[in-house]
Design a protein around this ligand. Sequence first.
Ligand code: HMG
Ligand code: MG
Length: 299
Amino acid sequence: GLPSRVTICEVGPRDGLQNESAVLPVEVKAEFVERLVDAGHTVVETTSFVHPKWVPQLADAAQLLERLATVDGVRYPVLVPNERGLDRALALGVRDIAIFGSATESFARRNLNRTVDESLEMFAPVVDRARGAGLGVRGYLSMAFGDPWEREVPLARVVDVADRLMALGLTELSLGDTIGVATPGRVVALLDALVDRGIPINRIAVHFHDTYGQALANTLAALRRGVTTVDASAGGLGGCPYAESATGNLATEDLLWQLHGLGIDTGVDLGKLVETSVWMAQQLGRPSPSRTVTALTPG
Ligand code: HMG
Ligand code: MG
């Protein structure tokens, strides 16, 4: 069966904008987040407290959060790789964070300057302190379906790192198809293996990229397997600056077209979101790659 309701984790402001060569003014970013909330989003991943030299596009994280009003029922998670990032986030009153691990050594090295073991050691005190302060802590597991340097990533390897991440005390695990190579059979096989390992399906989110046009098929397979949290990026913005060929995230509008067509409630207004993505495309000077945005934009 399918769920009657799905929670969308909107990652456009973070995963989308981190990959744009243009750095947008903080006022534009704040308006973007406000528009996403106005469209009905309840989880908006806003920015990252990483080293500003690594992701200059998000160097204004503090200024952005200072501009965002608290809205009842709306969460603004931020990426935090280490204790330095956590300190910066806590100083601003952040209530939800996400750490970001990798299933492969190649990506751990390029994204975190660490081995997989070292990155887990780096995350441990972050998760401990954040959970102790009552924060929600999501953990990403990147390259969960394939890696541009190592190609195939063995299922057992992915399950092992997922298990070690969950053991840190995460409230949610998001499976990242960072380069968009997943197909539905592998999605179901991985979810089955994670559930067999004791990770509850209601703690698992999926994060698909649409490189090979499989993101919606993969999403549907995950929903049938019991997943109810799906990551998506307004207008299909983004990718990852440290992963070769990581093209766009699943576009939130394309996801909404599917979910609403299936009678699944998301609380998000498709029309308002399309308007937001058209506006963002103007800011960035290029059209949205989303099929649904294109179909619903007159002219
Ligand atoms: P490092 O160079 O090993 O850092 O980078 P370090 O721990 O050696 O520290 C070096 C200096 O950086 C120190 O300053 C620290 O204070 C400073 P110094 O003493 O030399 O003056 N520093 C920081 N400053 C501000 N904020 C911080 C911070 N940490 C250290 N948080 C580090 C290690 C993790 C910091 C670096 O590799 C980094 O920032 N990486 C982030 C990369 C990133 O954001 N990637 C994109 C997100 S992942 C993704 O997009 C995939 C995802 O979407 C899911 C999917 O699709 O798969 C999530
Ligand atoms: Mg991503």
